[in-house]
Design a protein around this ligand. Structure first.
Ligand code: PMP
Ligand code: GLN
Length: 392
């Protein structure tokens, strides 16, 4: 019964995500700001994007591209994306029915999971696993089944025989990420072949997170799932303009998938975000006419990777391979016996360089004495971080 002197009551809520807290990236960025540390934790560049990209978005606003775009994305942008995928990976998606512009890769990944996974379905994820996949699987009522990467002389690798063993009648989807955050490993043609062998003749979907597609080094090529017709026929392929064009705060990306899968994706997308902001779509579409920015990205980041790795050779950290992404993982057992979270916090507050504990990418918090640095930073930022890291 309500009475006048009773305080308004907030009903209690049973959490849909009881195991989830604030992300490790947000926490480490806050700690870095508080400690005045160089932030090599959360993955984002500390340099600006090209002014012409900003000009292109401004021009789109001035030209009054300011009302709702089509739910699937502005046609000019879908055409630009379709042409890019066809030129780079040789697969022509139908731009009307097979490409959708999303509010960043995160929304694409979550929507792909929500539209495909039913309660009780199993979804195989590869650990260490990017933090947004498992909560999305949980929201869908699915069960995440983790297969751990193995570490050998060449770094982290996916043990495909274990993935094959994890597939059963309940498996709805396998989520892959190449180049891989946080390990910087890259799937090769043989990996794609192994994956194709596993899913052939099954009803298993692939969700391929390729946000770092333009950050593959040492002359290697990016093995997009869209290069492999057999895989592309059952896959959602996701990318992000935030990574490619140094604008992580714009939160704009896309997903490509066969029409039958995309039709279901769009049913969820249209009641989730409906559509993504118009002027950025037009601005990015005109900026994409020149492929140079993404074609030159591997060389741009490879130089930073090499500069950072060379500097780290003067420290007591042990370098792990970095074949792609803008991350570098290091082993720190010569420096400290702390847990990864403790070590990352100590490094941030005492040495003034923030890092991310790789244990945060394991559901059970597995400790392997490894932290991740982001080298998408100005050379002077990297130099300052290296100077500090050399003191530990
Ligand atoms: N997937 C991976 C592997 C990422 O590292 C990130 C961002 N760091 C995302 C998805 C999310 O991309 P977006 O910011 O476009 O949502
Ligand atoms: N994906 C970025 C990283 O790995 C962070 C994105 C976020 O803060 N959610 O660092």
């Amino acid at each position: 019964m309500n009475s006048r002197n009773q305080l308004p009551m907030t009903p209690s809520l049973t959490s849909r995500l009881p195991a989830v807290g604030t992300t490790v990236f947000t926490r480490m960025s806050a700690l870095a700001a508080q400690a005045g540390a160089v932030n090599l934790g959360q993955g984002f560049p500390d340099f600006g994007c090209e002014r012409s990209l900003i000009g292109a978005v401004n021009a789109a606003m001035e030209a009054d591209f300011n009302q709702y775009p089509m739910m699937s994305g502005a046609p000019v942008l879908r055409h630009a994306i379709g042409a890019k995928i066809a030129a780079l990976y040789g697969h022509q998606y139908d731009v009307d029915s097979e490409i959708t512009v999303t509010a960043g890769a995160t929304q694409a990944l979550t929507t792909a999971i929500l539209c495909s996974v039913h309660p009780g379905d199993e979804v195989i994820v590869i650990e260490p696993v990017y933090d947004s996949y498992v909560p999305a699987i949980t929201l869908a009522g699915g069960v995440a089944v983790a297969v751990e990467m193995e570490v050998g002389a060449k770094g982290y690798a996916v043990p495909w025989t274990k993935v094959a063993a994890a597939v059963n009648g309940k498996t709805r989807m396998i989520v892959i990420n190449t180049p891989h955050n946080p390990t910087s490993s890259v799937l090769r043609a043989a990996d794609m072949q192994a994956l194709a062998d596993i899913v052939r003749g099954t009803n298993v979907l692939i969700l391929s997170d390729e946000v770092y597609e333009h950050m593959v080094y040492d002359g290697q090529r990016h093995e997009s799932v869209s290069r492999h017709p057999e895989l592309a026929a059952r896959a959602f392929v996701v990318s992000s303009f935030g990574k490619t064009y140094h604008v992580t705060g714009w939160k704009i990306g896309y997903v490509a998938a066969p029409a039958a899968l995309m039709a279901e994706f769009r049913k969820v997308h249209q009641y989730n975000v409906f559509s993504v902001n118009t002027p950025m779509q037009h601005g990015i579409a005109s900026y994409m006419a020149d492929p140079k920015p993404y074609l030159e990205l591997p060389a741009f980041y490879q130089r930073k990777r090499d500069l950072f790795r060379d500097g780290l050779k003067n420290t007591r950290f042990e370098l792990l391979p970095a074949d792609g992404t803008y991350f570098q993982c290091v082993r720190y057992d010569r420096v400290s016996s702390r847990t990864e979270a403790e070590f990352a916090e100590w490094l941030t507050t005492e040495i003034k360089v923030a890092a991310i504990p790789v244990s945060a990418f394991y559901q059970q918090g597995k400790e392997s004495g490894v932290v991740r640095f982001c080298f998408a930073k100005k050379d002077e930022t990297l130099a300052l971080a290296l100077e500090r890291l050399a003191t530990v």
